[in-house]
Design a protein around this ligand. Structure first.
Ligand SMILES: [Zn+2]
Length: 269
C-alpha cells in the first residue's frame, strides 16, 4: 500500500505468554491486510507460530476477497489459480457443478455480533453470537467457470454459489489478537492490571463471548474516526479497556464495528 511501517516503542516481552526469550516483531494487523503497525520484540517464536497459523488460514479463506479488493499481492500466485468447486444455478433452477480459481471469488460473509457480555455484566463460556450474517460482493461477478474441464461462460441470470469456508471462532480469535496488540501499542503493557485475551488468542480455550462482540455504544455511529481501510480505537469504560475495530471501510455500506475487551485498567496510584 506504499505506506511506511509504524513502530511502537519496544515491548521487550511476549504479549501473549510473557516470555522474555526469542522475541520477534509483531504486526498488529497482518501486513497482507494492509496492516502497518508493528510492535518491536513483542512475540516469542512459539506464540508467533500459533498466531501466524491462524492468520494464514484466514488470509487464504475469509479475508481472501478483501485482499483482492485492496489489490494486495499474494506471495503465492499458484494459490490464486487453484480451482475450487462452485455451484452454478440457472434461471430455471437447474444446478451445475463447476470450478473456479480462488482468484474469482468475490463474496465474503459479513458477521454482526452482539456486544461482549462483560459490558452488560455477564461472564459466559459461550461463543460470540451473531445477530446478523450476510454475503457481501466485493467485486464484479466472474464471467466464466470451468465445467467438466471446459470453459463455461456465465450469463447475467446465472447465480454462483461460492463455498464459504468460515469459522466464526477463527474470526473472533483473530479480532482478539488484533485488539490485544493495538491496545498495548496505545496504552502500554503497564496500563493493564489484567489481560483477558491471551488464552483465547493462543487457542487454549474457547468461549470468548464475554470479551469479543459488536460495538456497544449509546452513540449511533457507522464508521470509526480516522482514515484508511482499517480503523481502530481504544476506549476505556469504568476499569475496562477495549479496542474497537472496523476493517475494510470502503465506499459501500459500512462494515460492522467490533468491540473487544482487552483487559482491566490498572488503578492509578
Ligand atoms: Zn509467547
Amino acid at each position: 500500500m506504499g505506506q511506511a511501517k509504524q513502530r511502537s516503542a519496544v515491548i521487550g516481552e511476549c504479549i501473549y505468554c510473557g516470555s522474555l526469550n526469542d522475541l520477534t516483531d509483531e504486526h498488529v494487523l497482518p501486513y497482507a491486510l494492509g496492516g502497518q503497525l508493528v510492535l518491536p520484540k513483542a512475540s516469542c517464536k512459539s506464540c508467533s507460530a500459533k498466531t501466524g497459523k491462524l492468520e494464514q488460514k484466514l488470509l487464504r479463506g475469509h479475508w481472501w476477497p478483501y485482499r483482492k479488493m485492496l489489490g494486495l499481492q499474494t506471495r503465492s500466485p499458484a494459490a490464486s489459480n487453484e480451482l475450487k468447486s462452485v455451484k452454478i444455478i440457472k434461471a430455471n433452477g437447474d444446478e451445475i457443478s463447476g470450478e473456479m480459481p480462488l482468484e474469482s471469488f468475490v463474496a465474503a460473509i459479513v458477521f454482526k455480533l452482539h456486544p461482549p457480555s462483560i459490558l452488560i455484566g455477564n461472564e459466559t463460556s459461550g461463543e460470540p453470537s451473531a445477530k446478523e450474517t450476510f454475503l457481501k460482493l466485493l467485486g464484479p461477478m466472474p464471467s466464466e467457470a470451468t465445467v467438466n474441464g471446459k470453459l463455461y461462460p456465465l450469463t447475467s441470470s446465472d447465480k454462483v454459489e461460492f463455498p464459504i469456508n468460515f469459522d466464526s471462532r477463527d474470526l473472533t480469535r483473530f479480532l482478539a489478537k488484533v485488539a490485544h496488540g493495538y491496545a498495548i501499542s496505545k496504552e502500554g503493557i503497564a496500563a493493564f492490571d489484567e489481560f483477558y485475551l491471551p488464552e483465547f488468542i493462543l487457542g487454549r480455550t474457547d468461549g470468548i463471548q464475554t470479551y469479543v462482540g459488536g460495538y456497544a455504544s449509546p452513540i449511533i455511529t457507522t464508521t470509526l474516526p480516522g482514515g484508511g481501510y482499517n480503523r481502530m480505537m481504544v476506549r476505556t469504560r469504568n476499569d475496562l479497556i477495549s479496542t474497537c475495530i472496523q476493517l475494510f471501510v470502503d465506499k459501500g455500506d459500512p462494515p460492522p464495528i467490533y468491540e473487544v475487551v482487552v483487559g482491566r485498567k490498572r488503578a492509578s496510584t
